[in-house]
Design a protein around this ligand. Structure first.
Ligand SMILES: Cc1cc2nc3c(=O)[nH]c(=O)nc-3n(C[C@H](O)[C@H](O)[C@H](O)COP(=O)(O)O)c2cc1C
Length: 221
C-alpha cells in the first residue's frame, strides 16, 4: 500500500522557526554551500559563486550530472570552468565530503537552480547524492536553505514538495523576475534574482536595485 507523506497543518508551518540571518561561525570563515542541479538556469549558480566570492565568502560547490548537461546547452562553460569559480568543488557522488556532515560549519546552502527531482529528494530527505545530503544536513542543523526551484507549470507533487521543504524551515524562492526594476538585459534579471537570494544569507551584493517607493510618472519616462 502506498502511504502519503504526512505534511504538517498550516498552523505547524506557521510555527516553523525561521531566523532573519544565520549566525556566523565564531572566528571561522563565512562559508556557503552552492548546489547546482539540472533545471534550466545554470547561470543562477554561476553568478551566485561569482558574487559570493566577490563578497569574500568561501564557497563549496556541488553540481549534479544533469547540471553539467544543462550547462552545455545554456552556456559556453564546462563543468570544470564552473568548478573553478568555487573555493572547493565536491563530486556529487562523494557523500563522504566535508559538506555531508553537520560538524562542518557553514552558514547555509543555496540550490540554484533547483530541479523538481532535487526538490522532491530534499522534501523527502532522500540524501541520494552529495547535493541532497548537504541540503538535508543544512535543514537538520537548522541552517538556512534557499532553493531556487525552477519548473512551470506546477503539479501537485511540486506544490507538496515545496510545502514540505518550507515546513522544515527551508525557503523556496522560484527565480521569478521583478519587472519594476525595468531590466534591460538577461544579466540584470539574473543578478537581481541571485542578489535577492544572497540577501537571505546576509551576503551583500553591491548596486543591487532595490525598491525605494514609487517614483513620479515623469521620472519613469
Ligand atoms: C536543457 C534542460 C533543461 C531542463 N530544465 C528543467 C527545469 O527547468 N526544471 C526541472 O525540474 N528539470 C529540468 N530538466 C530536467 C532535469 O535535468 C532532470 O529531471 C534531471 O533528472 C534532474 O536531475 P538533478 O536533480 O539530479 O539535477 C532539464 C533538462 C535539460 C537537459
Amino acid at each position: 500500500m502506498i502511504q502519503r507523506l504526512a505534511l504538517p497543518t498550516s498552523g505547524e508551518v506557521a510555527r516553523c522557526p525561521v531566523r532573519p540571518y544565520p549566525a556566523r561561525m565564531p572566528g571561522g570563515p563565512s562559508r556557503l554551500v552552492v548546489g547546482i542541479s539540472g533545471a534550466t538556469g545554470v547561470v543562477y549558480g554561476v553568478r551566485a559563486l561569482e558574487l559570493a566570492r566577490a563578497a569574500g565568502v568561501e564557497t563549496h560547490l556541488v553540481m549534479t550530472q544533469a547540471a553539467a548537461l544543462t550547462a552545455t546547452q545554456e552556456t559556453d562553460l564546462s563543468a570544470g570552468d564552473i568548478a573553478a569559480l568555487a573555493d572547493v568543488s565536491h563530486k556529487v557522488s562523494n557523500v563522504g565530503a566535508s559538506i555531508a556532515s553537520g560538524s562542518f560549519p557553514t552558514e547555509g546552502m543555496l540550490i540554484a537552480p533547483c530541479s523538481s527531482r532535487t526538490l522532491a529528494a530534499v522534501a523527502h530527505g532522500l540524501s541520494d547524492n552529495l547535493l541532497t545530503r548537504s541540503a538535508e544536513v543544512t535543514l537538520k542543523e537548522r541552517r538556512r536553505l534557499v532553493v531556487l526551484f525552477r519548473e512551470t507549470p506546477l503539479t501537485l507533487a511540486h506544490l507538496r514538495a515545496m510545502e514540505a521543504v518550507t515546513s522544515m524551515g527551508g525557503i523556496v524562492m522560484p527565480p521569478v523576475p521583478a519587472l519594476y526594476t525595468r531590466p534591460s538585459s538577461v544579466e540584470e534579471v539574473v543578478d537581481f534574482i541571485v542578489g535577492r537570494a544572497l540577501d537571505l544569507f546576509g551576503i551583500e551584493v553591491p548596486d543591487l536595485p532595490r525598491w525605494n517607493g514609487l517614483r513620479p510618472r515623469r521620472a519613469l519616462a
